[in-house]
Design a protein around this ligand. Structure first.
Ligand code: 13P
Length: 249
């Protein structure tokens, strides 16, 4: 099963619900392929409760873009906890996005966020990725391994964690990794995850960064790839649906 997850970032108002409606209708009609994938959309916090209600038990699921690192309630102005997200019927949360890391979210905060999200039984889209400099210095795998081992523990319910590999240099730039390079990273990372966590569980890894319907063919043959985290192209139902259509063509 592949995931097509749309991250709207700081975009979206109440009437943007029609974008999700169209994706949901498409997925319902797409009888030939709709069992092969799961479409999920992550709107901003302001829309979560309303959208979560409207898409309860529907083909498309709703995901939160972030949660605060402390559990339940507290004097944390402007913050939303994993507990509060779960309570409005949401089952997914994105954690560790590079745009938040750029604003000071470090491994220890991400570790707390993952801990509280797991405690509240959320499925986590855990973002990792190297920046341009690290890539140039051929540090990619080292960086990814560190980002993982600093926050995930062996005794966690690892099946609740979906890794999203998002190279920072590819987000919003139109650049994507060379297929052979990405394939190699996926294979080595999956191998590493199994040995580090002493498990036979085949971790799910998504790719994110400039995915659109024009470049989706590059990813078609990668059997190690479990789906996509899509930014810009998820704000238009047509673009998002075109990605799925082309992927299964
Ligand atoms: P773009 O698809 O706009 O490059 O964004 C990717 C991303 O950051 C998804 O989380």
């Amino acid at each position: 099963m592949k995931y097509f997850i749309g991250n709207w970032k700081m975009f979206g108002i109440p009437r943007s619900i029609k974008i999700i409606d169209r994706i949901n209708n498409f997925s319902n009609r797409d009888k030939k392929n709709n069992k092969k994938y799961k479409a999920i959309i992550a709107p901003p916090h302001t829309l979560l409760q309303d959208f979560s209600r409207k898409f309860k038990n529907k083909k498309v699921s709703i995901c939160a873009q972030n949660c605060f690192e402390k559990d339940r309630f507290g004097a944390y102005t402007g913050s939303v906890s994993a507990f509060m997200i779960k309570k409005i019927g949401i089952n997914y949360v994105i954690i560790g996005h590079s745009e938040n890391r750029a604003y000071g979210e470090n491994d220890s905060i991400i570790k707390e966020k993952i801990f509280t999200a797991l405690k509240n039984n959320l499925n986590i889209i855990f973002c990792i990725g190297e920046d341009k400099n690290q890539k140039r210095k051929k540090l990619t795998l080292k960086v990814l391994k560190k980002q993982i081992t600093k926050v995930l523990k062996r005794n966690y319910n690892l099946k609740k964690i979906i890794i999203a590999y998002e190279p920072v240099w590819s987000i919003g730039t139109g650049k994507i990794p060379k297929p052979a390079e990405l394939q190699k990273i996926l294979i080595l990372l999956k191998k590493f995850l199994k040995s580090h966590f002493k498990t036979r569980y085949n971790f799910k890894i998504l790719y994110g960064g400039s995915v659109d319907s024009k470049n989706i063919d590059n990813f078609k043959l990668m059997k190690e790839l479990d789906g996509f985290l899509i930014g810009g192209a998820s704000k238009s139902s047509k673009k998002f649906i075109d990605i799925i259509k082309k992927f299964y063509k």
